[in-house]
Design a protein around this ligand. Structure first.
Ligand code: FAD
Length: 325
């Protein structure tokens, strides 16, 4: 009998699943079985799971929307947590009365890591609170968005920009509160990618703004995403954008740092391996056209890297996280 499974079942009962196909939980619709799998809707259960994984000596992986990951066809060992902790609230507002009118200065919005980013953005816009509006249409959760410091690249607005504080759990199961500076946010980066700490909840500091203007900005971002990103199963942009130094050396038109531009120029758009295909619309997107395997996607990844290196002498680096390889 599997003693680790027994231990986990003692803690989580029938909620614990075994050999759960991860293809059912990623936007790429790719990924083999998770050895142990748990849907979690209370942050206390995340802490419990982290402690249990440490005690049992098994790997632990958390995901939210599964929109930025490629999971191996062979699946994943250890415990995989799907974060469904979705409470959010406006928990502090402050301002003053000026000329008999409320002059709101700031608002703090609390959100657990599993909150769907797009729903939170819509909520904050409706509350006339600015800061997250350019993330309208961003797939995934608050936790994933913070870990990846996801963004609206056209004007360089990041999820981390308005993060005020967060509650994290460390690999050892210790819960701690941190502020924005802890994350070392940069383009597509946060400290969480190395520390492997988990976002239990965050507080965003937002500013009062005209709802109509916020919707206009949000719709601008949404329309841009809809008109530039292909429909279909994918994990978003495959590669990080290139450095400005490389963009100047190539040189790219107007020194754009788009990885998609270089891939496009290799003539690989539409290239297919198995059911994985480089999008015709946006060369930095790989699409699953049916039953693509992670193996097919990685073969395309390597082909793209080789071609871009050969043609432009520019190294490309993955934005998507590869898991279980
Ligand atoms: C069609 C499409 C369009 C996209 N457009 C954009 C875009 O415009 N801009 C952009 O920046 N990205 C974009 N992405 C990529 C992706 O949506 C974002 O990176 C998103 O924020 C990831 O959130 P997620 O919850 O899906 O993360 P997941 O894919 O579930 O996880 C990604 C990483 O975050 C970690 N993680 C998840 N939850 C937590 C947590 N609670 N605590 C700590 N770590 C955690 C995971 O372990 C993993 O390493 C797009 C993706 C798709 C499929």
């Amino acid at each position: 009998m599997d003693t680790k499974r027994k231990e986990l079942e003692k803690l989580f009962g029938s909620r614990l699943r075994q050999n759960e196909p991860m293809s059912a939980h990623t936007t790429f619709k790719i990924g083999g079985p998770a050895q142990y799998y748990l849907d979690v809707d209370k942050t206390e259960d995340i802490v419990k799971a982290v402690k249990a994984a440490k005690r049992l000596g098994i790997p632990l992986f958390i995901f939210g929307g599964g929109s930025n990951i490629i999971i191996s066809d062979n699946g994943m060992k250890g415990l995989v947590i799907k974060n469904n902790c979705r409470k959010f609230d406006v928990f502090q507002m402050s301002g003053r009365i000026k000329n008999q009118k409320i002059d709101l200065a700031k608002a703090l919005v609390f959100a657990e890591g599993g909150v769907i980013m797009n729903q939170l953005v819509r909520f904050t816009i409706e509350q006339s609170l600015g800061g997250l509006e350019y993330q309208l249409g961003l797939p995934g959760t608050v936790g994933g968005g913070v870990c990846m410091n996801s963004n609206f690249p056209r004007i360089g607005v990041y999820v981390g920009d308005c993060l005020y504080s967060a509650k994290l759990v460390t690999k050892d199961g210790e819960v701690k509160e941190v502020d924005n500076s802890y994350f070392h946010f940069a383009y597509d980066k946060s400290i969480l990618q190395e520390s492997k700490e988990i976002v239990l909840s965050v507080v965003f500091r937002l500013s009062p703004e005209d709802k109509k203007i916020l919707w206009e900005r949000g719709m601008e971002a949404l329309d841009y995403r809809n008109s530039t990103q292909p429909k279909g199963a994918s994990a978003g942009c495959t590669f990080r954008n290139i450095s400005i130094v490389d963009a100047m050396r190539v040189p790219t038109p107007d020194r754009i740092t788009s990885a998609g531009y270089l891939i496009d120029k290799t003539g690989l758009k539409g290239k297919r391996i198995g059911d994985a295909m480089i999008s015709d619309m946006h060369a930095n997107f790989i699409l699953n056209m049916g039953h693509a395997k992670a193996e097919d996607v990685l073969a395309l990844v390597n082909l793209i890297k080789d071609e871009v290196k050969r043609k432009f002498d520019v190294p490309l680096h993955l934005e998507v996280k590869t898991i279980g390889f």
